[in-house]
Structures are given as C-alpha cells and as structure tokens.
Design a protein around this ligand. Structure first.
Ligand code: AMP
Length: 389
C-alpha cells in the first residue's frame, strides 16, 4: 500500500494536487472536509453536530473525525492505498492515523506539506470564496480557519518531523511545478518499497534453484537460511563455530542464530529491491519472526508462492540428485530424505496454511521443466512489482 497525507493551510492547493495524485497512483481519496460536507448535506446526526463548528471555521472534534474516517477506511480496505487531505489536523489525529494504519497492517509513507504563507493563503481563499459557494469561505471565517491552523494543526508537523517522514514542497510556485515536485516525492517513496517473496515447496521441488535464478533476474536478495548457515561454518566465524558444534551434537540450530544472520543480511542489503526467502520461515514461530524483521524495516511480505510437486516425483528427484555431484549432505540416505519430507509436512505445512488464510498463497505447478516453471514464477514476481506501485 502507498499511503500519503497532504498537509497545508486552507487554500494551499491540497484539493487540486490530490486530483493528480489519485489519478496517477490510483489511491483512494479521503478528504475529511468533503466527508463532513456530505454528512452535512445528508443532515445525518454527525453532520448536524458538525454544522455549526464548520460554519464558524473551528475544527470539528477528534471523536467525530474518527467515526467518519474509520468507516471510510473500513469500507475501502482493499484499496491500493490512501491519500489523506485535511487529515491529520491535530496532534491527536496523527496518533489516530497511526492506529488506523496498524489496523490495516500498513503505515503512512510520508506527510507532504504544501508550504504556503498565511498572506497567500488568505488571498487565495478570498478569491475562491467568490465562486466556491462554501459557507466557510468568507473573510471572518477564513481568518478563524487560519488561526485554528496555526494553533492546532501546525503542531502536527513535529509529529512527522520526529518520525522522519515529513517532506516539504514550496506551495507558491506554479501549479505544475508543485505537481511535479509532489510526483518526484511519491516516485521516490515507491522506489523505497521492497518486494518480499516467500518461496515454499517440499525439498526437491526446485525452490532453491528457482529462487536463486529469480533473485538474479529481478535483482532481489536471495535469503536461503540453510546456505547461510553452511557459509558461516565454512568461513569459520564465531557464529560458524557455534553452528558447527550444534550440528555435531545433532540439535536444531536455534532461532536466535538464524534471526541474527537474517538481520545481518537485511542490514547489508541497503540498496536492495527486495528479498526472496527460501527455507525460512520453516515453523510458525519463524513466521512471526519474519513479520517482525520486515516490520522493523517498515516493510512486509508481498507475496507467498508454493511450488507444488507430487510426493513420488519428489522422492524420485531427491534420489536422482543423490547420485550426482549436486548431492547435498542431507540427500545421502533414504532415511534422511524421508526425515526432511516429514519435517516439511509437520512443521512447514502449518505455516503455509496460516499464510493461505491470512494473505493467500500462489500455487505453481512444479512438475514442468525448469524453464516453464521459471516463467510462471517470473510472471508472479512481475505482478508483485506492479502491485507495489
Ligand atoms: P476543508 O475542506 O479541509 O477545508 O475542511 C472544512 C472544515 O471541515 C474545516 O474548517 C473544519 O471545520 C472541518 N474539518 C475538516 N477536516 C477536519 C479534521 N481533520 N479535523 C477537524 N475538523 C476538520
């Protein structure tokens, strides 16, 4: 999701710029001013309660705003993202917005402040008042609206400055220049979004070779925890020695170590377009860990793909592999092969089931030859990139 808040004094041009943004980026537009005017026109309870306040140019209570905004967001939770105009307008509303975003498992990308002086704002509103037909576009009310803006709305900026997602645009340039400045900001936000793919499949389904090839083609970071553990052992690092000892004692590598390695990998991939996770999450606990790791970086899982191959075909493939130089240490006996298939069935299938219920899982038939399966997977990833925009 792409979520943007447009900020600025009355008359800054938020409405005008919004039209461009929602058309180009297909966002759902939420103007609390428009929503309130609709309630007013329909003479609803909320509308009647807000009427006098709006006509005076004061701010409507946060309680009323929560009700109208929560309803609109809930009804449109499948949107590409939201563009907020005229919200948040108080420090409290900034917290409300945080809460609403968490509920949708997303966050506000940035707040764009269209910076316009009080004098210019007053001039523009008086001019608009000649034709707008809005009862609050007359001089006395306009002055009060600007006063409310100074007293109650400007402090909102500190909230976002402290959070680090505040961006200012010079609002007194010509309209097209303001539009192109805003467009640049949004493009930049989109380029920061990561495509995170979780690739599932039984051992032998081809998830490893496909995952690696996909990461290369799409310039994504390939995160294969099994390989990362092996590399640590080979490099003889401190963690590597620890892992080796655990392997030798026949125990499972604890999640703490795997998490540390993934954290390192993410931290070292600052310019990455996203990640393909293979072999992680393997358990329900690890699925919660992955959510947390990505959230820490303001990101989340974009797509989950499962490569499906019938069990007999899997056994045949693993058995064949064991006779080639691609033989993995865990392919060397029937016992080991069966154990790995069992592990997947008992520990990882519940994770896939959880994802099926939460996000949906794309199932790809993995029985075809490598190139055919690769094409189908690549198609899923291309769609993933499109949906990020
Ligand atoms: P606008 O169309 O954004 O200029 O809003 C018109 C009027 O609606 C404002 O002067 C306020 O009285 C009220 N209003 C709109 N949005 C909010 C908000 N987020 N919080 C409080 N009052 C609002």
């Amino acid at each position: 999701m792409l979520n943007i808040a447009l900020f600025g004094p009355p008359g800054a041009g938020k409405g005008t710029q919004s039209e461009f943004i929602i058309n180009k980026y297909k966002l759902f537009y939420i103007s609390t001013g428009d929503l309130l005017r609709k309630e007013l026109k329909a003479e609803t309870y909320l509308g009647l309660e807000a009427k006098e306040i709006i006509e005076k140019g004061d701010l409507v209570s946060d309680e009323i705003i929560v009700q109208i905004i929560e309803k609109t967001i809930k009804e449109n939770s499948d949107a590409n993202g939201f563009l907020f105009d005229g919200f948040p307008r108080t420090y409290i509303q900034a917290y409300i917005l945080e809460g609403l975003m968490i509920k949708l498992n997303t966050s506000l990308n940035c707040l764009i402040n269209i910076d316009v002086s009080e004098k210019e704002s007053l001039k523009r509103l008086l001019k608009r008042g000649e034709t707008s037909g809005r009862s609050d576009d007359n001089e006395i009310v306009i002055k009060n609206r600007l006063e409310e803006y100074k007293q109650k709305t400007l402090p909102v900026l500190n909230f976002y400055k402290e959070k680090g997602n505040y961006i200012k645009v010079k609002g007194e340039q010509n309209i097209n220049k303001v539009t192109s400045d805003i467009d640049d900001i949004i493009k930049n936000e989109l380029s920061k979004k990561l495509l995170n793919i979780v690739l599932f499949g039984y051992p032998g389904s081809g998830r490893g070779s496909q995952g690696k090839a996909l990461a290369e083609k799409f310039d994504l970071e390939y995160v294969a925890t099994g390989k990362m553990l092996e590399d640590e052992i080979k490099s003889n690092s401190k963690i590597g020695k620890q892992i080796n000892e655990i392997y030798e004692s026949g125990q499972l590598v604890p999640d703490e170590i795997v998490v540390k390695l993934i954290e390192q990998k993410i931290a070292n991939s600052k310019n990455s377009k996203g990640f393909i996770f293979k072999g992680f999450p393997r358990t329900l606990v690890q699925s919660y860990i992955l959510d947390g790791l990505l959230k820490k970086h303001g990101s989340s899982i974009s797509k989950i793909i499962e490569i499906e191959v019938p069990t007999l075909e899997l056994i045949q493939r693993l058995n064949n592999r064991s006779k080639t130089d691609r033989c993995m240490p865990y392919d060397t006996s029937t016992d080991k092969i069966v154990q790995r298939l069992k592990d997947h069935q008992f520990k990882t299938i519940p994770v896939i089931e959880k994802y099926k219920q939460l996000h949906g899982v794309e199932i790809i038939n993995g029985v075809d030859d490598f190139d055919t399966v690769f094409k189908k997977l690549a198609n899923e990833i291309e769609n993933g990139f499109k949906n990020l925009k």
